[in-house]
Ligand binder design. Sequence first.
Ligand code: SAH
Length: 372
Amino acid sequence: MKIDLTDVKKLSQWLQSAEKEELSDIIRYFYEEASDNECLELHKLACEARDMHYHGRVYFRGLIEFTNYCRNDCYYCGLQRSNKCVTRYRLSEEEILGCCEKGYAAGFRTFVLQGGEDMYFTDLRLCRIISKIKEKYPDCAVTLSIGERSKQSYKNLFDAGADRYLLRHETANEEHYRKLHPAELSLENRKRCLYNLKEVGFQVGSGFMVDSPYQTYETLAEDFIFLRELKPHMIGIGPFIPHRHTRFAGYYNPTSRHTLILLSLVRIMLPKTLLPATTALGSVDKQGQIKGFAAGANVIMPNLSPFEHRADYALYDNKLYTGLEAAEHLALLMRNIESIGLIPDLSRGDYVDMQKAGVSVSSDEACRKEKN
Ligand code: SAH
């Protein structure tokens, strides 16, 4: 396969219109045949694509993992309801607001509330929490990542002030979806939720795990095609990491390589996307998140959750929770980002077409805060 790695616009156009077979061929090529140098060229093109829209800025989100109760039984996830080894917890409204307070003081202007599908959190309870956060911090964005709900529920949450919603589609291939989820969950509903979220008015994030069991070049090509159709504002892509109490325990030894390739291809295909260097990427490779930025990512989500619960939010084994991803290391993380020529940015960091003129906070300010 001959791929022209000299012109980012050309490659971008090609990826936007390529057929399924061509997409699976290019993924196969970079996984199996491309030299390190070619991969490097690809990563550089991806940074070029990002910088056309985001000018080297890396946005920060404060992640609050507020409940690990879940009614679902996704086969890959450590929080699946049949995992009896999990110490379950849920944060109170006060604890969630406490995380925001700590995050706001550190400079964060986006809070991501993520959790299992915990029915304790009714619309009423969630709307109260969202409106309190927005009341106290009107200059902040609230992102939710709490799974599948009805369109009316999404509307209620949006009306209460939530701005963004993350819901990975996980895989766009029906058969593959079946192999990762129990029968009561369906790809059809997952997709419907994503379109509903868009219609309601959220900035929407989708995405998938890399090297999940039964993933193939063809299923990945279908993921790309689905992302082209949905045009999400954010795309979460991270390595699948086996969890010891799931059926996929010991499935393989994950690395960062494939994720970095896919981050670059997705960035070039949809250049305006907000693309996180995920905690999972940092968990399989100490330098993973920095490599992610050098491959075209532009978002990081440091953890603001209370220390005593971090180990219990174990989606997968060996999840990072005291490293660079933790909010406590913000100033160091910012310096690392600057050391590869990028600009840490603590502003709300909306999707480029939705940005208002805002003020960004530099690492100097974060350093000052750390010293105080
Ligand atoms: N309940 C919410 C949030 C889920 S956790 C929801 O359904 O959206 C967020 C993401 O973690 C999931 O979408 C999944 O892609 C990822 N994840 C779950 N288990 C994982 C594993 N073993 N390895 C890597 N990522 C995993």
